[in-house]
Ligand binder design. Structure first.
Ligand SMILES: C=CC1=C(C)c2cc3[nH]c(cc4nc(cc5[nH]c(cc1n2)c(C)c5CCC(=O)O)C(CCC(=O)O)=C4C)c(C)c3C=C
Ligand SMILES: [Fe+2]
Length: 423
């Protein structure tokens, strides 16, 4: 999909067609509007319809300039899985990537990967079957390569992009090895959690003699907004994603790689994954005034403290009668805003997560922060500042971390991710 198409949710023609077709813009319809807007964008010039497409029937093209699941509107559910190769054979890696590429295309089109019910009674089903009849559900599958994939095992060192290296240690981290790193990753997003889970499960299953799961996160309630989507809330109750990247120009400037020491990365991006645990009980006991100060925004409306409405532009210089800036300099948004970081932006595409309760009965939940950027330094610059002095740090701990090189989209059926590595 080209940048122009991916940003097409803001394309006047597509939107006029959609809204002109009588879509109900109601609270219940908001999901369908956001989702269908994205799907229209994804398929560029779908004919006008009398009724909105049900989310179960939405599908995003798998083949295109960029992988889907980056600039496409965030769906409601996520299954993220990081994998390690257990085989040290380059041929096995090639086989995994070829099999995955074909299967990813099939599942994103709402198809099974082989038969779920073979005719022969003695045959074992190829597809596990739990997504049969559910439709594509807007499934996107996005593949990434971790820095470790380019170590000595597969002879791929010469294909390693210079920017693909483990993120440096940063303040405020309590990283656990069990949520960190990986040779490969799959980000599966869909409007139905079972469809996303089915996809990752079947990819893992078909490569079970070559790869093993390293860690996984199940995400719900997207915590970021794409073009034409209402802003969702994170588990701290604040709108998250208000000032996210949505426009094609921003994607080109901040997300898509145009130049790289590795030709195979052109059209791709870098994915940062951070599992961020929230100290929810502590946050829930905090006064609303302090919660506002922590983020620099109001809770219900999500407006900057210098404005009234969610999308008012924050004024980081405005001062109150006490002479202090109204948005505290160490608030989350003041530290992260592009105005205060030399213009640096990144595309946030995170999800809320919960792992139940911890070993002392506290809620084990937080934000699975996912960001796409053309250079990992964009994330490092922001997180170094946030980790050092963000007021939010009292209530969060970064427990997992990984960086992946996300190759561009595949041009057509028959091609596979990483094909360039195998000459
Ligand atoms: C390094 C990048 C970032 C991390 C890590 C991060 C964690 C994190 N954020 C929230 C909640 C909110 N973040 C908001 C804005 C915001 N956050 C980042 C970056 C990181 N956040 C940026 C670049 C921005 C935009 C700043 C701006 O331009 O104003 C907001 C406000 C609403 C919004 O614009 O999205 C909230 C709320 C949590 C809870 C969290 C870790 C758990
Ligand atoms: Fe943030």
């Amino acid at each position: 999909m080209s940048s122009e198409e991916s940003a097409g949710a803001s394309d006047g023609v597509s939107r006029r067609r959609f809204f002109g077709a009588g879509a109900a813009v109601s609270a219940a319809g908001a999901l369908a509007v956001g989702a269908a807007g994205g799907a229209i964008a994804a398929t560029a010039l779908r004919p006008a319809q009398d009724t909105p497409t049900p989310v179960s029937e939405l599908s995003y093209p798998f083949y295109g300039d960029h992988q889907a699941g980056i600039s496409t509107p965030p769906q409601d559910h996520l299954v993220f899985m990081s994998f390690d190769m257990t085989s040290k054979s380059a041929t096995d890696l090639q086989l995994v990537l070829a099999k995955w590429s074909a299967a990813m295309a099939q599942m994103c089109a709402g198809q099974t990967v082989g038969s779920a019910e073979p005719a022969r009674e003695q045959a074992v089903p190829v597809d596990t079957g739990e997504a049969v009849g559910m439709g594509p559900q807007g499934l996107t599958l996005t593949l990434g390569f971790g820095p470790s994939l380019f170590d000595e095992r597969f002879g791929l060192a010469k294909f390693k992009p210079a920017l693909l290296k483990d993120l440096p240690a940063m303040a405020g981290e309590s990283l656990q090895a069990g949520y960190t790193g990986g040779d490969l990753c799959i980000q599966a997003c869909a409007y139905d959690p079972q469809v996303a889970y089915h996809a990752v499960r079947n990819l893992a299953r078909m490569a079970r003699t070559q790869v093993k799961t390293r860690w996984t996160v199940l995400g719900f309630g997207r915590a970021s907004a794409g073009a034409n989507q209402s802003t969702p809330r994170n588990l701290m109750g604040f709108k998250d994603g208000t000032r996210n990247i949505t426009q094609a120009e921003d994607m080109d400037q901040h997300v898509w790689i145009a130049d790289s020491d590795q030709d195979w990365m052109v059209g791709g991006s870098y994915l940062v994954a951070r599992k961020i645990h929230m100290l929810i009980e502590t946050w829930d006991a905090d006064q609303i005034g302090d919660q506002h100060t922590v983020f620099g925004r109001s809770k219900e409306e999500g407006a900057p403290l210098t404005g009234k409405a969610e999308h008012d532009v924050p004024d980081f210089a405005a001062k109150g009668s006490d002479g202090a800036t109204i948005i505290a300099a160490d608030s989350h948004v003041a530290l992260a805003a592009h105005e205060n970081n030399g213009g640096v932006k990144l595309l946030r595409r995170g999800y809320n997560f919960t792992d139940g309760i911890d070993d002392v009965g506290r809620l084990d939940a937080g934000l699975f922060f996912l960001s796409f950027q053309k250079d990992p330094e964009q994330f490092i610059k922001l997180q170094s500042k946030l980790g050092a002095s963000d007021r939010l740090n009292e209530y969060i701990r970064h427990v997992g971390s990984a960086l992946f090189a996300v190759p561009p989209g595949l041009p057509e059926a028959g091609k596979y991710f990483g094909q360039e590595f195998f000459g």
